[in-house]
Write a protein that binds this ligand. Structure first.
Ligand SMILES: C[S@@+](CC[C@H](N)C(=O)[O-])C[C@H]1O[C@@H](n2cnc3c(N)ncnc32)[C@H](O)[C@@H]1O
Length: 377
């Protein structure tokens, strides 16, 4: 089970992981802490190192110690309490002085240097602190994030954890994100919180109005641009759309199209859920990929969230068909995440019926969907 984090805490300073772990962050005096840790390197025995580490840990635990006093941001180093203590523990637990010194050097580096990811704001020298970021390909999430204006009211919306994870992993603060099927605006709400500029495209006017209202009712702490355009993402001229915002490209595309006709979203013929066949659905999706990917920076990412379909005694692997549509258009596959499917209220009522049908028909009831991660070549 994936650990749940609420990320509706106010962001402070430049470290976005503070948003998640803010209540456990220690602001330590960089000079005092570095002095203490560097002095460990002069010790010749593992016993001396252990005694000295225990003393540092006591200072950290004592809120009145001068290790907690600092003047201004340049003299402060922020640490998650559990992580600094566990890094020190790792030094103490070393069996040899050489090993202990290796961990001491690593800790010094994590205080002095940042190693920021190419496409995100993750400081790899402090990678242990990003506990909220998933790196496994199986996501079993039992609770959707319902903080702030997020709600499950729009049938067919995705859980906020999906755009949250994707933006943390594949964008930097200030980057531009395009969501070609924005629906109730889940991506845009997350983008606003995380300081990513977002443009959503949605064919239904009522959903454009609905999501605009939601987004405007939350604060915009990073002063980013969040906009929703009413339109058909198969036809939109993406370069001229971006001109409106004074940009030429985006750094992430998120696509959460209808899963063919499983949910009929509108009466419009241009709505992908009204495609007349799987082939037509894939053709329309292909057009969205083809046209929108022209404005995606090279080596940045396109995320496709989609599930499969069951009809007339046959499993239709819509997810893999859709994956192929993207792969045909200049992308390489970076990962496939399988995510559990929440029971919607409607499904719950029909649970027994589906179980009976599955037993009788020799198939399995859907409990998963896919998150495909592609890199633009
Ligand atoms: C699966 S929902 C996306 C839900 C969204 N991720 C959310 O969390 O609310 C798919 C959306 O695509 C929209 N849509 C369908 N065809 C479209 C098209 N050609 N252009 C733009 N939007 C379209 C539907 O109206 C629907 O809101």
């Amino acid at each position: 089970m994936i650990k749940q984090f609420t990320h509706n805490l106010p962001l402070f300073n430049a470290d976005e992981h503070d948003a998640v772990n803010g209540h456990n962050i220690l602001s330590l005096n960089k000079h005092v802490l570095l002095g203490e840790i560097q002095s460990l390197k002069s010790l010749a025995s593992i016993w001396d190192i252990r005694t000295a580490v225990a003393a540092i840990k006591r200072r950290i635990e004592d809120a009145n110690d001068e290790i907690h006093t600092h003047m201004g941001e340049t003299f402060v180093v922020k640490f998650h309490r559990d992580h600094i203590l566990s890094d020190l523990e790792q030094i103490s637990e070393s069996l040899t002085v050489e090993r202990a010194k290796y961990y001491i050097d690593r800790l010094i580096k994590s205080i002095n240097e940042e190693k920021i990811g190419k496409d995100n704001d993750i400081n790899l020298n402090r990678w242990k602190e990003y506990e909220d970021i998933y790196t496994d390909s199986l996501w079993v999430i039992d609770r959707r994030d319902s903080s702030g204006v997020h709600s499950a009211d729009y049938w067919g919306n995705f859980i906020p954890q999906i755009p949250y994870q994707m933006m943390r992993r594949y964008t930097k603060r200030g980057d531009w994100v395009l969501d070609t099927f924005s629906g109730s605006g889940t991506t845009l709400i997350e983008g606003q919180r995380l300081g990513r500029n977002c443009i959503g495209i949605e064919i239904q006017k009522r959903m454009v109005d609905y999501s605009r209202k939601l987004i405007m009712s939350e604060p915009n702490p990073h002063n980013v641009v969040i906009d929703i355009v009413e339109g058909d993402s198969t036809l939109i001229n993406y370069p001229s759309l971006l001109e409106r915002y004074g940009i030429k490209s985006v750094q992430l595309i998120i696509m959460h199209p209808p899963y063919f006709d499983i949910i009929k979203f509108s009466e419009s013929k241009r709505d992908l859920s009204n495609a007349r066949s799987v082939e037509e659905f894939l053709e329309m999706l292909g057009l969205v990929v083809e046209n929108s990917s022209k404005v995606l920076d090279k080596n940045r990412y396109l995320i496709l969230v989609i599930g499969d379909k069951y009809a007339k005694g046959e499993w239709i692997p819509l997810g893999f068909y859709a994956m192929n549509e993207v792969l045909k258009r200049g992308f390489s596959l970076k990962s496939i995440v399988v995510k559990n499917f929440e029971d919607t209220t409607a499904k719950r009522q029909q649970k027994e019926l589906w179980r009976y049908r599955a037993l009788a028909g020799g198939f399995y009831v859907f409990k998963h969907e896919y998150i495909f991660i592609f890199e633009r070549m």
